[in-house]
Ligand binder design. Sequence first.
Ligand code: NCD
Length: 304
Amino acid sequence: MRSLIDILDLTTEEIDALIEKAKDIMLRPDAYREKCRYKKLATLFFEPSTRTRLSFEAAMLELGGSVLGFSEAASSSSAKGESVSDTVKIVSGYADIIAMRHFKEGAPLVASMKSDVPVINAGDGGHNHPTQTLADLLTIKREKGSLNDLTIGLCGDLKFGRTVHSLIAAMSRYKGIKFTLISPDELKLPSYVKNTYITLKNIPCTETNSLEEVMSNLDILYMTRVQKERFFNEEDYLRLKDSYILTPDKLKNAKKELSILHPLPRVNEISTEVDSDPRASYFRQAKNGKYIRMALIMMLLGVE
Ligand code: NCD
């Protein structure tokens, strides 16, 4: 039995196979309608979510399975003081696979050690978000044709942005990758992520405060929201929240083939005027999330 807690729990070959499977599901959805018949997915979400939870649920429904779960800690027994371990032990008796989001880093890992069924990390605090990364990789593959030879700019809250940490880990395994880290000093990439996936792997990397300065070099621009819920005080959040706002004007000297990604939700980081630019890939990215989660559920349930 396998869980997905960290994106690197998957080999590069497995990721490539998931991407190919997701593309096939898009082409031939009818061939997959019964694949998970009589299987149940439990979504245990202790933190807010729209895309992740609903795309997981849609994914299971489109595979012919069913879903159960809760979407806030307050409506589960954790409000009565139940531990994550106990909750998961119980739910693994009701469902065939579990997707869990938790505000505590490491909670899905603990859950996977107690569970009798596969556990998928659907985001743990400011740590990791491997299934968003799968959606990101599918998007990059579809938009750029390859996961190699890309200059990837990551912009915004690189400190608390869990999607950024997982994406850097995943991309560090491909060839010809260069990272450009764009953030205010207070929201720089944590050193454990930088050391493990960039420095130790000798991956070219530049750090800057200025998006304008680096825009013309980028193949991918990954925008992120400043993670309000991880701040200790409101004042710092208010000061930093609008550090970067992408507008059509700022895209003037960007490459024609640039691809703009954002895990969403956006708050202010991308002006809605950018949405009609063909380089804006974020709505396609959100849709891709459903297909790659279908592929992942099938893989972890051993369904062919
Ligand atoms: C992200 C998350 O939850 O980390 N959202 C998502 O799952 N698509 C990004 C965010 O909340 O900013």
